[in-house]
Design a protein around this ligand. Structure first.
Ligand code: ADP
Ligand code: MG
Ligand code: ZN
Length: 575
């Protein structure tokens, strides 16, 4: 490969300029961020790289752009068909010559792809590690000039990683088979041990290693639970928060365009230099508003997620979420827009139980594959669990991203004022048992009434359930806190479709762990009506009712309803 050898000595600024131009033209991004430019430079210069960059940090373009600019075919090894399909479809839509070879591709398509590859018409070819291991593919690749070999999700090579894939082990062979072809391994999740393992297994001993941390030590993060479903109260909280930071520049994220306009108006009335910004405005108008935000002192952008990408304002002092984002990744990205100058800045997120239902309803309405929806739903839940949890905020997020060694930040709301936690494991067991007994056919209020044994016009079968009235030791308000927390944790699920959502059980294994007392449930405030004995201490302790709940777990709910119905019919017949 004479062309790549010629490039190998050092990277020219022309290469980086061409890479930037491609990034702007094909992806529409203003500039590289984080370590991208360094990684791209290394690959353009023909050297091997291991890049550990945050999730959402933009690892793909690190190999896609050099593959487009260097002569030859860029080979990308990717562990999941879903990932491959997503990336290849996106690339094609952007006009990039990309293809994938996986089990879903027909023989005809295959031969067409190989024809294109031989004709030099392809810039990127995505393959699975299993496909490569089969051998025939390697023979065909050996005849082609390769621009680079990229190994995505490279942590799969390591048994220490969380997604070990045996076929990744074989990828080390590529080093001998394609000498002189630069190889790049990328991952978001690799501690030091995993990194060493990746380097050794992939025979990347000479590679330069780039590791970007997720830490943002100048950010002071906090989460505030919305008091109830009332918009007016939430708006008032946001206004109070912004007014207390008067004169500082900030961003307020809202979940909808309407909300955005409403909050911006309220802030203006309160004497703040607020600017509403969302995708309902045309591009010229948005440019003008962005210009104001950048130029004016103490401007507060009140925006939907349409705002942010590519906005580079160093002195944003706060980001407030009037509504929470959809995932921990989005959360980190959005609060990350504060304090780019390295000076202290704040991220404050408001969240409430109705936000979960809203988030899920919105997901439900989106046209996407069921698997994708399932992943998005899980991600949303992880965010809510973090927000309602009692772990240092940055620590929780960085661990989620795989920075396993991340310690407490020392400045977030949890670190600064560790919340008193109350062991609500027994109450959680009762609530889960009640939902199970009720067969997931009632909403939150009815579940709580059932626990309290006070449902009006109660069905005869309901007061016969063993969970009827087992929650009299806790007040209605206490139960609302606990049920909300179980929703945040995903132990209870709220049906997203309906105006009156029904509450059902969450993932069976997680629910069982609570029943068995293996997972303690801690809530952040004293549920009213808790007595001193319930505070903290031993999560394994169970009440008689708790035990009854555990035994009840194996009862098939539907069978039980059938039984009850039969019993009611019999009684009706007797009378
Ligand atoms: P990951 O590192 O998680 O694989 P991706 O490569 O999927 O991340 O990129 C995540 C998102 O970031 C994509 O939408 C991508 O277009 C965007 N992105 C990548 N590079 C940049 C950049 N320099 N500026 C702005 N957005 C970028
Ligand atoms: Mg990726
Ligand atoms: Zn902290």
């Amino acid at each position: 490969m004479p062309a790549s050898v010629a490039l190998a000595s050092s990277v020219s600024s022309d290469d980086l300029a061409a890479a930037r131009e491609t990034l702007a033209r094909v992806w529409g991004h203003d500039d590289f961020r984080g370590l991208q430019a360094d990684v791209v430079s290394e690959i353009m210069a023909g050297r091997d790289v291991l890049a550990v960059l945050p999730t959402g940090g933009g690892k793909s373009v690190c190999y896609q752009i050099p593959a487009m600019l260097r002569p030859g075919l860029g080979l990308v090894v990717s562990p999941l068909i879903a990932l491959m399909t997503d990336q290849v479809e996106a690339l094609k839509q952007q006009g990039v010559a990309a293809a994938r070879l996986d089990s879903g591709v027909s023989m005809d398509e295959r031969s067409d792809i190989w024809r294109q590859a031989r004709a030099g018409e392809l810039d990127l070819l995505y393959v699975s590690p299993e496909g490569l291991a089969a051998g025939a593919m390697l023979d065909r690749l050996a005849e082609l000039p390769l621009s680079l070999i990229a190994i995505d999700e490279a942590h799969c090579v390591s048994q220490w990683g969380h997604d070990f894939r045996p076929d990744y082990r074989n990828l080390g062979r590529l080093a001998e088979m394609f000498p002189g072809v630069p190889r790049i391994a990328v991952t978001a999740t690799a501690d030091a041990r995993t990194r060493d393992d990746i380097l050794r297994s992939l025979r990347l001993e000479g590679a330069r290693v780039f590791v970007d941390s997720f830490a943002r030590p100048n950010l002071q993060l906090s989460a505030v639970r919305k008091e109830n479903g009332s918009r007016a109260r939430t708006d008032a909280t946001v206004i109070e928060l912004v007014r207390a930071r008067r004169g500082k520049s900030g961003v307020v994220y809202c979940g909808s365009r309407d909300g955005c306009e409403r909050v911006a108006d309220a802030l203006k009335d309160a004497g703040t230099n607020a600017i509403a910004y969302h995708a309902g405005m045309d591009a010229r108008q948005r440019d003008r508003l962005l210009g104001r935000f950048l130029a004016e002192d103490g401007a507060v952008m009140v925006a939907t997620i349409a705002f942010g990408m590519g906005v580079d304002k160093a002195d944003v002092r706060f980001v407030i979420h009037a509504d929470p984002p959809g995932s921990l990744e989005a959360y980190w990205q959005e609060i990350g827009r504060a304090g780019r100058d390295g000076e202290p800045a704040e991220g404050i997120t408001l969240y409430g139980p109705s936000d979960i239902a809203w988030t899920l309803r919105r997901l439900e309405g989106r046209p996407m594959a069921e698997e994708v929806k399932a992943v998005q739903t899980r991600k949303a839940r992880q965010l809510f669990a973090m927000l309602d949890g009692a772990t240092c905020r940055p620590q929780a997020v960085r661990r989620y991203f795989g920075e396993v060694s991340a310690g407490p930040c020392g400045v977030c709301d949890v670190c600064a004022d560790p919340p008193a936690l109350y062991d609500a494991t027994v109450q959680a067991q009762k609530a889960l048992a009640a939902v199970q007994r009720l067969g997931g056919r009632f909403g939150r209020t009815r579940v709580i009434d059932h626990l309290l044994g006070k449902t009006k016009d109660v069905q005869p079968w309901e007061s016969d359930l063993s969970t009827w009235g087992i929650g009299k030791d806790t007040s209605p308000g206490g139960w609302r806190d606990i049920v909300d927390h179980l929703l945040f944790e995903g132990l209870l699920l709220e049906d997203a479709n309906d105006g009156k959502p029904l509450v059902g059980l969450g993932e069976a294994e997680a629910v069982r762990a609570v029943y068995r007392g293996e997972r303690a449930i801690e809530v952040r405030r004293v549920p009213a009506g808790f007595d001193a004995a319930t505070r903290s201490g031993n999560p394994r302790r169970r009440t008689r009712e708790g035990n009854a709940a555990v035994e009840a777990l194996d009862v098939d709910v539907r069978a039980r309803f059938e039984m009850l119905r039969a019993w009611r019919r019999d009684r009706a017949a007797e009378q």
